[in-house]
Design a binder for this molecule. Sequence first.
Ligand SMILES: NC(=O)c1ccc[n+]([C@@H]2O[C@H](COP(=O)([O-])OP(=O)(O)OC[C@H]3O[C@@H](n4cnc5c(N)ncnc54)[C@H](OP(=O)(O)O)[C@@H]3O)[C@@H](O)[C@H]2O)c1
Length: 322
Amino acid sequence: MASINSETKSSIFITGGNGSLGSAIALQIARFRPKKYHLILTARKITDPRTINVSSTLKTLNASFEFQTLDLSSLDSIRSFAATIRERVSRNDIPRFSAGGMVLSAAMNTLLKDTKTKDGWNEIYGINVLAQILLIRELLPVLNGGLVINIASAAHAMAAANYFSNETKTEIGGEHAEENLGLGDAMKRYGASKLWVIMASHALQRRLDAKPNNAIKIVSLDPGGMSGDSNLGLDHWVLNSLKVVLGFVRPVLGRLKKDAFNPPEVPAKAVADLFEMERGGLGGKYFVLDDEVESSGASLEVKSQEEAWGKICRDLEIEREV
Ligand SMILES: NC(=O)c1ccc[n+]([C@@H]2O[C@H](COP(=O)([O-])OP(=O)(O)OC[C@H]3O[C@@H](n4cnc5c(N)ncnc54)[C@H](OP(=O)(O)O)[C@@H]3O)[C@@H](O)[C@H]2O)c1
């Protein structure tokens, strides 16, 4: 599915383009910056009803966009996907990323203790951490000054910095027990995946900034609690009840804490606005919606960032240095 407008000068790549937030970001950009960006959206299934809905709305907006299939549970498919993007940029089939960039919105969460990616990694570590960093690394050669926006979460503050330090890959296709984690443990693991991408982003930004004239900037943005049809919420009675209550108290709550529970259009606007900001000082910044704040103390420790970075690079079998 592709509709490329020749007037667009830059591309923005959005993973989870059929998701609640990813699609809202695409629609926000298409509505308010028409003709400025070509949107490359990814989804696991082009035939997914959410993908079809987003596509038809983007078509009615005359947006320049395409949906591509990308499954983040396979590192090889990420490598070949990125190779195709690099090749398309080099033959000017899609606009460059320099004034655009990428938004890493796709992620998953589960109560299941031990589900595996196609490569044999625990899914939360494989999809929410390894896949994200591999995508950035593989697209670095074409980012050329592009902005990378890592969609983070306040849950990152719940986790210890060494959470995945001993994570190992198991044999592909091996059996795993269908055991559930408690809600607290599942949220800690999800939070740890968000923490690891924040830490790895700092380590990568340091390496990029050590190069002359680096213009690639990586920022993290926490969209806050979101209403809508996110599939990410765990199916647990505590969370389901909380969502109903939040729906009722949202108008009051919003006045006390602006990121408490918003429709996805609110964080989508904050993400889209980042692309319009002056980029010089953005690298390593952390935002909650449009407010720049500090991420957790653990996320800012250079030693922990370097340890996480080293482990991720070993697991991806890539060089530590860029
Ligand atoms: N919802 C919240 O309240 C909240 C709060 C804080 C942060 N966030 C963050 O916001 C981001 C977007 O979440 P959301 O609420 O929009 O969730 P969502 O609607 O469930 O979207 C998640 C997206 O990730 C994709 N995805 C999941 N597993 C994948 C895989 N293996 N390969 C490729 N794509 C995969 C999904 O694609 P499929 O349709 O194929 O499953 C979907 O497009 C996430 O990074 C999340 O951590 C959300």
